[in-house]
Design a binder for this molecule. Structure first.
Ligand SMILES: [Zn+2]
Length: 131
């Protein structure tokens, strides 16, 4: 029996699926979803799936990474702002670090983030790629 990718995706926490909470009171979009709106303290929300398109708000190039990202340096760590105003901190992949610029259009993709060779554990999350 093979692994069903759609089923695997459903079983990941909602933040990996870009599921956010939109406040019924003020329209603030919280990601990851929260029980209480950080803007108006409202508690009524609707679930929304964020558009993965965004732009690089600010970024830095990591030359000396923490142990779990060893072998990936240099890489770009950016704050990406999505259309809903939500900001996500993530790596920018598939690009020469020297080519990354503030305001660059990107799209979030679900990628492998790190792999623990000894334990065989693979962590997944979002990375931004040039749009
Ligand atoms: Zn609110």
């Amino acid at each position: 029996m093979s692994l069903n990718p759609a089923r695997v995706a459903r079983e990941f926490p909602s933040r990996y699926r870009l599921e956010a909470a939109k406040c019924a009171g003020c329209g603030h979009v919280a990601f990851p979803a929260r029980l209480v709106c950080p803007a108006c303290r409202g508690t009524k929300h609707t679930a929304v799936t964020l558009d993965p398109a965004g732009k690089v708000l600010t970024f830095t190039v990591i030359h000396v990474p923490p142990a779990e990202f060893k072998g990936q340096a240099p890489y770009v760590l950016a704050v990406v702002e999505l259309a809903d105003g939500v900001r996500v901190t993530c790596q920018v992949a598939d690009v020469d670090p020297a080519a990354v610029k503030t305001g660059m259009p990107v799209s979030l993709e679900f990628r492998r983030i790190q792999e623990d060779g000894e334990a065989g554990v693979i962590a997944y999350g979002h990375k931004a790629v040039p749009a």
